[in-house]
Design a protein around this ligand. Structure first.
Ligand code: GLU
Length: 437
């Protein structure tokens, strides 16, 4: 059996972190099994679906590195839905309903006030049909067939169809609700595993009967616990946090993958460089049922760790040419993002704007400016420079090192000066010291 998964976003907005997590798990699962990962654009709602969002979804998936093996659009498949709908109607599995929303609401309230579950009550066969009213359509659940599946995350699931309302599948204007087209597509596309949020669990219960009614066996299901923000709720921020804002903040796509692949699982989050270890280890049995907490701070830290271990060979196409391998290796432990690397070019090669001088540091800087010419830059220039200044001034420790770092790099913090100084041209260093003295 070839594993086939799908990611099925509605193009009514940009992808946020929660959608991306679902896409990732589907993609990892397909890749782990040498299967196929399909994109299904759920655009049955012509009003709310926008082409710009379809483009943004494709661009985000590409940026994240999720290669897609095929794409379908629900808006191009209405003929198939009509045909399957007719088949279900002929078999008595969908039926016409005429209640108005107000009537349904009143019935619901009556049932609730009697302490009964607000389950939709079917009309008896032969009940009068109102004149001139276009019906909407419900799927007839088989009350005698208990609904069961072994969820890859949630374990054994059991639903009694008698306790469920027959779901509406098509509106009076002929438009589709999500439930039935999704099942028709999952069958037509040969989907073997449906991975989605646990907010779909009760949909799955109804959909399992739809698979049966259409003569297909249902795929395997994995319903993931929801993603929540640090406050433990599905925050507004989380619901709107898109890939563009993460990209602008300097977050690498692999950091997003590394965090979202493991969040809420019993496997540790690790600063991986490629998706390969995530593909290898994805296992729905290791996913927990408690909500997974997404923390932007954790993502930034993970991103930093990943940046610190990227090799020059892997990153050089994105670096300014003056950042050679030796320079990259020296600066990378100081970077939070790759974009920050560009700021270091000026530290190495100028242009350099001298920092303000503290008068107390003048003796150190003067001694350094005097000593620099005689120093062999090929040996250990920092050792030689600080040694010479210390000998002349008797100053040591921070009072020696900090003014020199400042004068030579323009910064108070940064890489080990012993490693950094040999990578700054000697003439540059001499000019900076004499400018400061
Ligand atoms: N368009 C649906 C959603 O975004 C798809 C759900 C599914 O994966 O079946 O919730």
């Amino acid at each position: 059996m070839t594993v086939i998964t799908r990611f099925a976003p509605s193009p009514t907005g940009i992808l946020h972190v929660g959608n991306v997590r679902t896409a990732l798990h589907n993609w990892l699962w397909a890749r782990k099994h040498g299967g196929r990962f399909l994109l299904r654009i759920d655009d049955t709602d012509g009003e709310r679906s926008k082409e710009e969002y379809v483009d943004a979804i494709r661009a985000d998936l590409a940026w994240l590195g999720f290669d897609v093996d095929g794409e379908e659009r629900q808006s191009a498949r209405f003929a198939l839905y009509d045909a399957e709908f007719d088949r279900l109607k002929a078999a008595g599995r969908v039926y016409a309903c005429y209640e108005t929303p107000e009537e349904l609401d009143i019935r619901r309230k009556i049932l609730l006030s009697r302490g009964l579950p607000p389950v939709y009550e079917r009309k008896p066969d032969g009940a009068p049909v109102p004149d001139g009213v276009a019906p909407h359509w419900r799927f007839r659940l088989d009350h005698d067939a208990a609904i069961e599946w072994n969820d890859m995350i949630r374990g054994a699931q059991h639903f009694e169809p008698r306790t469920m309302s027959d779901p509406v599948v098509r509106r009076a204007d002929g438009s589709w609700l999500y439930l039935l087209p999704s099942v028709i597509d999952d069958i037509a596309m040969g989907i073997t595993h449906v991975v989605r949020g646990e907010d779909h669990v009760s949909n799955t219960a109804a959909q399992i009967q739809m698979f049966g009614a259409l003569g297909a066996s249902p795929p395997a299901f994995a319903h993931e616990a929801l993603l929540v923000g640090t406050e433990g709720k599905l925050s507004k921020r989380l619901g709107s946090l898109g890939m563009a804002s993460l990209r602008d903040a300097g977050i690498e796509p692999i950091a997003i993958l590394a965090l979202l692949a493991r969040l809420g699982t019993s496997d540790p989050v690790e600063p991986v460089q490629t998706a390969a270890p995530l593909i290898e280890t994805i296992d729905f049995a290791r996913f927990g049922r408690a909500p997974a907490r997404f923390d932007e701070g954790e993502l930034a830290l993970l991103n930093q760790k990943i940046v610190h271990s990227i090799s020059h060979a892997a990153i050089s196409p994105r670096l300014p040419p003056p950042l050679t391998e030796a320079r990259w290796d020296v600066i990378r432990p100081n970077l939070a993002t790759i974009a920050e690397a560009a700021d270091w070019v000026a530290v190495f090669d100028g242009p350099f704007s001298p920092p303000p001088i503290d008068e107390a540091d003048r003796p150190v800087l003067e001694a350094a400016a005097a000593a620099v010419c005689g120093i062999d830059w090929a040996a250990d220039p920092w050792q030689a420079l600080t040694g010479a200044v210390k000998e002349v001034t008797g100053i040591k420790g921070r009072a020696l090192f900090l003014p020199l770092r400042r004068a030579l790099t323009g910064r108070d913090h940064g890489p080990d000066m012993g490693e950094l100084l040999p990578l700054i041209d000697k003439d540059q260093a001499a000019a900076r010291l004499s400018a400061a003295s």
